[in-house]
Ligand binder design. Structure first.
Ligand SMILES: [Zn+2]
Length: 212
């Protein structure tokens, strides 16, 4: 028998040929990872950095987590904002301790649905901004921690918060109550710094259950 007709070589050649012909199975290498897309007004946009890969695992579009109101004395303009019970209770305990230290913790915004986030994009793209321009400052729908019912923005909800005594107090004490600044000044993935944005993570023993 001729060496080239070794049945094993033949099987190998046939396998390679089959893979080449089968196309999709062969093309799904690392370069063909499905792009993350967000649909706004029927148009699909690829999710840009730094949001890409940070989609929130949490409530679906249609489900609303079992939220509870934050006491209005802790809310900007005595408005209505909502958190999950564990986050609300931990926040109230933290705000009471802060008060003893002469610090007033005022929430500007807490739970926001993915639907709300989509509305922000619709409004801003209608006003002439590109999707990428909006995404520089606003998390795309499905990418905001606010949809989890665990995150809050303190007032003033922008970079000025970093200059307030409340920010300094939180840096020192928030961890004791299970809160963390989730978009700090320097992050390896270059998420924008949001000093006013804090998220309830929970204590060491307790894991926060995110309802679906
Ligand atoms: Zn925020």
């Amino acid at each position: 028998m001729n060496r080239n007709s070794n049945p094993l070589v033949l099987v190998f050649v046939l396998l390679i040929a089959a893979q080449c012909l089968s196309g999709p199975a062969f093309s799904q290498g690392p370069s063909a990872i499905t792009a993350e897309l967000v649909t706004i007004d029927g148009i699909k946009y690829p999710v840009p950095e730094p949001w890409q890969g940070h989609k929130m695992v949490g409530p679906s579009w249609l489900s609303v987590p079992p939220l509870v109101p934050v006491p209005r004395k802790h809310v900007e303009n005595s408005g209505a904002v909502y958190l999950l019970p564990a986050a609300r209770d931990a926040f109230v305990a933290m705000a009471e301790k802060a008060k003893l230290d002469g610090i007033n913790l005022i929430i500007d915004s807490a739970y926001r649905s993915a639907h709300y986030q989509r509305k922000v994009y619709q409004r801003q793209t209608k006003a002439g901004k590109t999707f990428a321009q909006v995404a520089r400052y606003v998390a795309p729908p499905g990418y905001s921690e606010h949809m989890l019912g665990l995150a809050m923005d303190f007032s003033p909800s922008d970079w000025r918060f970093a200059k307030t005594p409340a920010y300094g107090w939180l840096k020192q004490h928030a961890a004791q109550f299970g809160f963390r600044e989730t978009y700090p000044e320097s992050r390896p993935d270059h998420q924008p710094w949001e000093p006013s944005h804090w998220r309830y993570i929970g204590g060491k023993e307790q894991k926060v259950q995110i309802p679906h």
